[in-house]
Write a protein that binds this ligand. Structure first.
Ligand code: SF4
Ligand code: SF4
Length: 442
């Protein structure tokens, strides 16, 4: 794609990067076929190629984004299916990240929308506040019946859903009960038997409130297999939530804080890896090196952290797990989270681990399509998100599973909202198969 940035514009490293990405696009349109919003809405401007044109125009003209551009960028899930499909290696992720930052900086959203985004950006990364928010949401759940909902079977998608519609979506995501808090930062879990390794486990922010049992399962499994686990003190939210809202100053500050405490831990006591059980976080932490590439003080450290970052299933692939229980008849539909399959290109490891440990694993039809969770997307774009969830749940039902496994808490909550089939984390199944408790599997 031909671009027309001025030399002055190209002196900005971000614009130079955007120019490189845009020039790689040959507008073949292969990406449109796997883009969930194009598949649902059929509008070229809701396809990756359409959005690439909009972003190109917005960056070249260097003017405040128009309402039309914001509508189509906001509808993008950042699922990255387009990157998996693109034959030219277009890095859409870095392009749309840049577009979101520009929109956040230069576009005046309506007051209610600004307020909602500010609340989400403030509350979600803070587990204490998020927990309090979930308690309030549970109390407010009965009110959802009074709030507006799209007509049954309606295919219409609101360009900007009302605040009440979004609040309804938010309340619907609140769990019916909250688990007690998990282990605190600073905790160290010793390896059983001979120590074979030492890892940090990301505590996550939303996950530690919604499902602390996931990290507990990871800790149990790792320590049983000789791996010492540390929950690093003073670790923060990885920054993914604010990064996807275009609030890069917040996201980068969190990245720097995490890099500092993780590398201090690595220097003091050694770390073989920094593990994530939430693939949405993993994709961003693996991108810290890029995000901080222009920061003289942090670029090298960020690259080091990105190299240490691993999804839990990626790490377990290198460990000889010891199955202790047989589950030959349990059919597991494996939901491949976008952040894992498209963001981190991890597609086979989770399925292989489940199969090796006795489960009958089924691929879900249209597995490349997002479930509609996508960070805060299911709150900000509830109409598209619920249509994607319904499509995902219908596809899952086709393989008649006993359970659904996924590697990302956002997907788990989203899918569980549309099915009665139990939704668990891959690590919970692996933990159970290798002698751990049957937690989360009732
Ligand atoms: S598939 Fe890649 S090269 Fe083709 S239009 Fe999409 S982004 Fe551009
Ligand atoms: S990230 Fe997902 S929703 Fe956005 S353009 Fe790419 S495929 Fe479409």
């Amino acid at each position: 794609m031909k671009t027309e940035f001025s030399l002055a514009q190209l002196a900005d490293p971000d614009i130079a990067e955007a120019d490189k990405i845009l020039r790689a696009c040959v507008h073949c349109g292969f990406c449109t076929a796997t883009c969930p919003t194009y598949v649902l809405l059929g509008d070229e401007l809701d396809s990756p190629r359409g959005r690439i044109y909009l972003i190109k125009e917005m960056l070249e003209k260097d003017k405040p984004p128009t309402q039309e551009v914001v509508k189509h960028i906001d509808r993008c899930l950042s699922c990255l299916a387009c990157m998996t499909t693109c034959p030219s290696g277009v890095n859409y992720m870095h392009l749309v990240d840049q577009a979101r930052v520009k929109i956040e900086r230069d576009y005046a959203r309506p007051l209610t929308e600004r307020a909602l985004r500010a609340v989400l950006a403030f509350v979600l990364p803070r587990p204490g506040l998020f927990r309090a928010g979930m308690i309030l949401a549970r109390l407010g759940r009965p009110l959802t019946a009074l709030l507006p909902t799209p007509e049954a079977g309606s295919k219409s998608v609101s360009a900007s859903p009302t605040l009440l519609r979004r609040i309804k979506a938010m309340l619907a995501l609140a769990p019916r009960r909250l688990s007690p808090r998990g282990a605190a930062g600073g905790s160290v879990f010793a390896a059983e038997g001979t120590r074979r390794g030492r890892v940090a486990l990301l505590q996550g922010c939303a996950q530690q409130v919604l499902a602390p049992r996931i990290n507990q399962a990871a800790i149990n499994l790792l320590t049983r297999h000789g791996i010492e686990v540390v929950l690093v003190k003073d670790e923060q939210c990885c920054g993914a939530l604010t990064h996807h809202l275009g609030r890069d100053a917040d996201a980068l500050a969190r990245a720097r804080a995490n890099i500092t405490v993780w590398l201090a831990e690595a220097e003091r006591n050694g770390l073989d890896a920094i593990l994530m059980t939430t693939s949405g976080c993993g994709t961003v932490i693996k991108d810290y090196g890029f995000m901080l590439r222009e920061d003289r003080d942090f670029a090298a450290a960020a690259a080091k952290v990105s190299a240490l970052a691993k999804d839990i299933t990626e790490y377990l692939g290198g460990i000889d797990l010891q199955p202790r229980q047989q589950h030959r008849d349990i059919v597991v539909a494996y939901h491949s989270a976008c952040s894992l399959q498209h963001g981190q290109k991890i597609t086979q490891a989770p399925k292989e681990l489940l199969s090796k440990n006795g489960f009958v694993v089924k691929d879900v039809p249209e597995s490349h399509l997002c479930c509609g969770s996508a960070g805060t997307y299911n709150i900000l774009q509830p109409d598209i998100a619920s249509r994607l969830r319904d499509r995902k749940v219908a596809n899952i039902a086709r393989v008649k599973p006993d359970m659904i496994a996924a590697g990302n808490i956002g997907c788990m909550v989203q899918i569980a909202g549309g099915t009665s089939v139990p939704v668990v984390h891959t690590i919970e199944l692996l933990g159970w198969a290798t002698g751990g408790p049957r937690q989360g599997l009732n």
